[in-house]
Design a protein around this ligand. Structure first.
Ligand code: HEC
Ligand code: HEC
Length: 228
């Protein structure tokens, strides 16, 4: 039932994102780095393990655009000064990527996509998931609850992984992203392409709980103001 509801237009509809607030692509030196790239390449693999909402080491939470934005100056200082991650500095490529993104104004989205999106031709009548619904409620209802909770809720907690609440999902977000991208979870069943795209897009968008990440950015905000 839920699967039918999902339809197959989601991957196309998601491009109808709210207008971006920062046009980094128009800034000199812009290099096509946006939050989704930083989130998937740097924050998820290197930082979230210690800076999720349930494990905010040093009081720093880096699990969404909003939270990263709040800590921008601290993130820059900690990474540029090789203090974070504590087990050793980021490699030059990741460090450069993160610092450049911050120095270019930490855009959520680029004004012009690096590659043009495929033509939006959703099948007539298919239900669609607007970008504003790229949130935990939707992902939980369409993916986690039907496909994961059989094994990842009390009392089963397979692999000692519990995915029953937003906080628990965020705590495991790097492993969730990895296992889904590699098709190794769910065990003994398979996500539809739409489910896989939905949850991976959600993670790339900062895994927001309630709103689409674009909606939580204060209107007219200039991220560069946060950098000393
Ligand atoms: C192994 C756990 C761990 C990882 C991984 C980690 N941090 Fe931290 N982070 C901490 C702890 C613990 C603190 C608290 C301050 C301290 O003890 O240095 C902290 C503090 C911070 C602070 C606050 C400023 C400061 O230096 O005290 C920032 C900003 C920060 N981390 C950013 C990051 C970023 C960005 C990454 C990924 C590139 C990252 N951290 C990866 C454990 C971690
Ligand atoms: C039929 C049971 C079953 C279902 C359904 C299932 N899992 Fe798992 N999962 C397991 C078992 C068993 C383990 C531990 C052994 C392993 O890693 O293969 C595990 C481990 C994991 C881990 C930890 C792996 C690691 O590398 O740390 C994650 C993350 C995970 N599952 C996510 C999910 C997600 C997300 C879903 C839904 C999309 C899901 N699982 C659906 C049984 C299941």
């Amino acid at each position: 039932m839920l699967l039918t509801l999902l339809g197959c237009s989601y991957p196309l509809e998601k491009r109808a994102a709210p207008p971006q607030l920062i046009s980094a692509a128009e800034m000199p030196g812009a290099n096509n780095i946006d939050f989704s790239l930083i989130f998937s390449q740097v924050l998820t693999p290197q930082c979230i393990g210690c800076h999720s909402s349930s494990r905010g080491r040093g009081g720093v939470i880096l699990d969404s655009y909003e939270n990263v934005f709040k800590n921008l100056a601290g993130v820059r200082a900690a990474v540029a000064g090789n203090q974070m991650p504590p087990q050793g500095p980021l490699n030059d490529h990741l460090k450069e990527l993160l610092l450049q993104w911050i120095d270019e104004g930490a855009p959520l989205q680029l004004a012009q996509p690096a590659t043009p999106p495929p033509p939006a031709t959703p099948p007539p009548g298919a239900p669609s998931i607007p970008a504003a619904e790229l949130n935990y409620i939707t992902v939980n209802k369409l993916v986690i609850e039907p496909m994961c909770l059989k094994c990842h809720a009390e009392p089963a907690n397979k692999g000692h992984v519990n995915l029953e609440t937003y906080a628990k999902v965020i705590e495991n977000i790097a492993a969730v992203q990895k296992t889904i991208a590699a098709d190794s979870m769910p065990l003994r069943s398979k996500l539809s392409l739409e489910q896989k795209t939905l949850i991976l897009d959600w993670i790339r968008a900062g895994a927001p709980e309630m709103l689409s990440v674009a909606e939580v950015v204060p209107a007219g905000a200039s991220s560069t103001e946060l950098i000393p």
